[in-house]
Design a protein around this ligand. Structure first.
Ligand code: 13P
Ligand code: SF4
Length: 309
C-alpha cells in the first residue's frame, strides 16, 4: 500500500515549515476548524493572536479579523486564504463618513464594532466586539454622547442593556444575522417546544425578543454546553455546530435558515477552503499589509478595548 498525502498533511507540513499558527473563527468550514490551533470568536482570536510564537499567522476568518491580528502582531506575516472574505458590516461604513461625523460632532465618543475596516478603526476612540460591547459602552462617562457603529442591531441591543439615551447608532447590518426571519424562528419554536433559543446580538429585534440567551458566538457555545437543557434553537451562523457537536454531543441543535439563501451560512466566511489555506501558506499571499500611520492609529482604540476587563 502506498501512503497518500492528503491536503491536511500538506497544510500541516507547510505550517511547520513556515512556523505558522492557524487561527479559525467558529464560522469556518469544519475541515478548517479541525486543523486550527485555536477556534474562537472575534475577541478570543484578537487576544490569542499574540499569545503564539512563530513567524506566520494563517487567519481563517474574514479580512477585518486578520487586520486586527496584524495590528497586534506587526512583526509577523498575516495571511488569509481568500482576500475576498469580507463582511457586509465593513462595507457599510467608510472612514470618510466617520471623519465627517467627527468633524460635525467632536464631543462624541466613537465606539466601533470590530467588524470595521482598519481605516475606520483608526478614526475610532475605542473598539468592541459582540462579547464586550455592553461593558465597553458602560466604560464611557455617562454624560458623554456615543456614536456606535456600524451594526444597528447590536447598537440597539447595547442601548437596551445600558439604558443609554445619548447614543447614536449607525445603520449597518449583517447580511446573515439581520435576515433571520422572526416568523421562521416562531415556527421552529412550535416544532421544538422544549428548545431553548440562543441568539447573536446582530440578529433583529424581533428575533432577540424571542431569545432566552443573547451572546457572542463563543458565549452562545459556552451557554449551550453548560445548560441543563437538551435542545437549542441556535440563531447564528451554523459553523458553530462544529464546536457544539464536539462539546455537547448528546444535545440537539436546530438552525433557522434565512430567506436569501435558505441557509444560515456567512458567504464571506465560507470563501475560505482547505485548498486556499494550503496555497496561502505556500505563497504567503494574500497578505495583510497596513500603512504604519494607520496601524498606529488603529492600535490605540484596540488596546483601549483589550484593557477593559
Ligand atoms: P463574534 O464576535 O461573535 O465572533 O462575531 C463576529 C461576527 O462576524 C458575527 O457575525
Ligand atoms: Fe460579517 Fe455577518 Fe459574515 Fe459576521 S456573519 S462576518 S457580521 S457578514
Amino acid at each position: 500500500m502506498f501512503a497518500t498525502t492528503t491536503l491536511a498533511d500538506e497544510i500541516l507540513e507547510l505550517k511547520a515549515q513556515r512556523r505558522a499558527v492557524i487561527l479559525a473563527h467558529h464560522y469556518q468550514e469544519s475541515e478548517i476548524q479541525e486543523l486550527a490551533d485555536v477556534i474562537g470568536d472575534s475577541l478570543e482570536l484578537a487576544r490569542k493572536a499574540r499569545e503564539f510564537s512563530g513567524d506566520v499567522i494563517a487567519f481563517c476568518g474574514v479580512w477585518f479579523m486578520a487586520e486586527t491580528a496584524k495590528v497586534l502582531n506587526p512583526g509577523r506575516t498575516v495571511v488569509v486564504p481568500d482576500r475576498e472574505a469580507g463582511c457586509s458590516l465593513v462595507d457599510c461604513c467608510s472612514a470618510e463618513a466617520v471623519r465627517e461625523f467627527r468633524a460635525r460632532h467632536p464631543e462624541y465618543a466613537i465606539v466601533s464594532y470590530i467588524n470595521t475596516s482598519i481605516e475606520v478603526k483608526a478614526e475610532s476612540d475605542i473598539l468592541c466586539t459582540s462579547r464586550n460591547a455592553v461593558k465597553i459602552v458602560n466604560s464611557i462617562p455617562a454624560e458623554q454622547p456615543v456614536l456606535f457603529l456600524p451594526d444597528s442591531n447590536l447598537g440597539k441591543y447595547v442601548q437596551r442593556e445600558t439604558g443609554r439615551t445619548n447614543m447614536q447608532i449607525w445603520q449597518g447590518t449583517c447580511i446573515v444575522h439581520a435576515t433571520f426571519p422572526a416568523r421562521r424562528l416562531a415556527e421552529a419554536k412550535v416544532a421544538h417546544p422544549q428548545a431553548v433559543v440562543v441568539a447573536h446580538p446582530e440578529c433583529g429585534e424581533a428575533v432577540l425578543a424571542m431569545a432566552d440567551y443573547i451572546g457572542s458566538t463563543s458565549a452562545l457555545i459556552d451557554y449551550c454546553v453548560a445548560s441543563e437543557a437538551r435542545e437549542f434553537i441556535v440563531m447564528t451562523e451554523s459553523g458553530v455546530h462544529h464546536s457544539l457537536s464536539r462539546l455537547a454531543p448528546g444535545k440537539q441543535f436546530y438552525y433557522v435558515a434565512n430567506e436569501n439563501c435558505n441557509c444560515s451560512e456567512c458567504p464571506y466566511m465560507k470563501m475560505n477552503s482547505l485548498e486556499k489555506l494550503r496555497d496561502c501558506l505556500r505563497t504567503l499571499e494574500p497578505r495583510v499589509e497596513i500603512a504604519p500611520d494607520v496601524m498606529a492609529r488603529a492600535r490605540a482604540p484596540l488596546e483601549r478595548m483589550l484593557a477593559v476587563k
